[in-house]
Design a protein around this ligand. Structure first.
Ligand SMILES: NC(=O)C1=CN([C@@H]2O[C@H](COP(=O)(O)OP(=O)(O)OC[C@H]3O[C@@H](n4cnc5c(N)ncnc54)[C@H](O)[C@@H]3O)[C@@H](O)[C@H]2O)[C@H](O)CC1
Ligand SMILES: [K+]
Length: 428
């Protein structure tokens, strides 16, 4: 390293803290690294495991954009900042810090019911103790650093060490909302900066994440023999694995289908081949953002995956034979009829037959054929092993007929919705 690279640089923090009146814990690093300053957000180095650790704590896919990362923090009532407002530092070397000036944590502590402070590493804990604790009167819990330099700590070990943070947080139970109230909620989320296209991206990624959990569990159980990394690596990024029988993803023509197209893109990118079944070519779809999402997915699928356009019943059955998982993204909240039109009725029957043969069926938002609002079930309705419902649960999922076809219900928390719930029409 040359003489100049050894010199300390004066750094001002420059990234606004994340918190609001619901924040319950305060997580503090030392100072944004050069990569974080470049990304204009905390823990921006792609190899830093902070976001993967938090996501794993809550069993969610790792957030990608700064907006998603902010949402994740606020949803879980976590405030995030750093101990220092400015210092002199060499690169990202905490050991080189001089002339340290602390941030005014009173800004957060006076606005939020912070129960506990956590420091992400030895340097932030030491500087917090010296520069902040006398003013805050709150002792901090020291957590291991998630930086790539802390290579001795594997991701699973970090996740275990961070569990006390999650244990401090009160759980948010999303309310059951009528379908028209979900539409209002979407509009409020969009007005606050997260559009339907971004929600669909998150929905599809969450679906892919749930599929991946099923696939990796099957490997652990010895049902699948493809060589994949162990399940505790679920948060890591793209990688390739030898192809097993592809996951079959059934996509309808509306935005429920869009969730399926996005899920296909992620699974393929993560190394899990897919067979996507659709009645309409991506370019002929009308609903947005489904059309844009489908075109993007179609263009990105690798050679191990394929799209079957209007396949025969025999081709559908062949795709399902031996498949580990079938994703039902045919009909979502837009369906409210007594009968399902062809070919979707036949595809639903094929999914249900495949489930009887052992294929795991995951429904996107709501099992197709079930009215998300009333819980009435069409003659042909998907029988799911699990349903990943988007943003909030809908009443139909809990009506007697609905509960019978949903399997295990999980809500995908696609956005920070608490600020928008006041006055929302809830079903229960
Ligand atoms: N809630 C959210 O914030 C998000 C929801 N997403 C997903 O979007 C769907 C709702 O999408 P929408 O386009 O409104 O409706 P659907 O896709 O459910 O259905 C419309 C589709 O279905 C066809 N159709 C209607 N009736 C029938 C019938 N009887 N037989 C056959 N086909 C029928 C219609 O022609 C349309 O093509 C929601 O469920 C979520 O999955 C976003 O992805 C993210 C945010
Ligand atoms: K569905």
């Amino acid at each position: 390293m040359g003489e100049r690279a050894q010199e300390r640089e004066h750094i001002e923090h420059g990234i606004a803290p994340v918190f609001d009146g619901r924040s319950e814990v305060l997580v503090l690093g030392t100072m944004p690294s050069p990569a974080s300053r470049e990304a204009a957000f905390f823990y921006g180095h792609p190899q830093n495991r902070f976001w993967r650790v938090l996501a794993a704590l809550f069993d969610e896919p790792a957030p990608v954009t700064n907006g998603e990362r902010t949402d994740l923090l606020l949803r879980h009532h976590i405030a995030l900042w750093d101990v220092l407002a400015s210092c002199d530092i060499r690169g990202a070397s905490d050991a080189s810090i001089a002339n340290a000036r602390p941030n005014d944590l009173g800004r957060i502590l006076s606005a939020a019911p912070i129960r506990r402070v956590f420091c992400t590493g030895a340097t932030s804990a030491r500087l917090y103790g010296k520069l902040c604790e006398p003013a805050t009167g709150l002792a901090a819990v020291k957590l291991p650093s998630t930086s790539p330099a802390n290579a001795a700590w594997s991701l699973p070990r970090l996740v275990e060490a961070y569990r006390p943070l999650a244990a401090e947080l009160s759980l948010f139970e999303p309310p059951v909302l009528d379908v028209p109230a979900v539409v209002d909620l979407e509009a409020a989320i969009a007005a606050a900066g997260t559009g339907l296209d971004e929600l669909m991206e998150r929905a599809g990624r969450f679906l892919a994440y749930e599929v991946r959990k099923v696939l990796e569990a099957r490997v652990m159980d010895g049902v699948e023999t493809v060589a994949v990394r162990p399940a505790d690596d679920l948060q890591t990024g793209p990688r390739r694995s030898p192809a097993g029988v592809p996951t079959v993803i059934f996509c309808g023509n509306g935005n429920n289908g869009g969730d399926g197209w996005v899920a296909a893109r992620y699974l393929d990118a993560w190394g899990f081949p897919v067979c996507l079944i659709t009645a309409t070519d991506a370019s002929d779809l009308v609903a947005e953002p489904a059309r844009t999402a489908a075109l993007r997915a179609q263009a990105s699928l690798g050679p191990a995956s394929r799209v079957l356009l209007s396949p025969s019943d025999a081709e559908v059955a062949a795709a399902l034979r031996g498949a580990p998982v079938a994703v039902d993204a045919l009909l979502g909240t837009g369906f409210a009829h007594r009968t399902v039109r062809a070919p979707f009725d036949r595809w639903i029957a094929a999914i249900n037959e495949a489930r009887r043969q052992g294929v795991f069926v995951l429904a996107a938002d709501v099992p197709s054929g079930l009215s998300a609002q009333t819980g009435e079930s069409a003659a042909t309705t998907v029988q799911a092993d699990a349903t990943l419902t988007m943003i909030v649960p809908k009443p139909g999922l809990f009506a007697p007929a609905g509960a019978a076809v949903c399997g295990f219900v999980r809500t995908a928390p696609l956005a920070y919705i608490e600020p928008f719930l006041k006055g929302a029409r809830t079903h229960l």
